[in-house]
Design a protein around this ligand. Sequence first.
Ligand SMILES: [Zn+2]
Length: 121
Amino acid sequence: MISRREAALRLDIPLEMASRHGLPGRISEQDVEGLRADPPAWLAQSWANRTGKKPVWVQLTCNVCGFSESARPKKWWPAFTWLTCDHHGIDELPPVAPGHSRREIDEIGSRFVGIVDEPYA
Ligand SMILES: [Zn+2]
């Protein structure tokens, strides 16, 4: 059995949609595979609407230790050069390239800091 969140991830739909359409809190992998193989109308519609849009889920992976989690991307997230868990030191990352500035964005996912290296304008 997997959680509803994991099922939503595999079906590439928001968690709210999974709840709204009655996916139980725990669901078997076979049931999820069944939905993928033979999607009901609401699921097929969701996939069709989403083509070419931003992904519903992204995988966040720490560049230092490899810790990884799935998260719903936020509109305000820039393109990150690096991601690290918030307990790592900034000196564990590669140094900023010459001619670039670095900024840190806190509270990405459950525990990440996003690092954005940008060339000086
Ligand atoms: Zn880490």
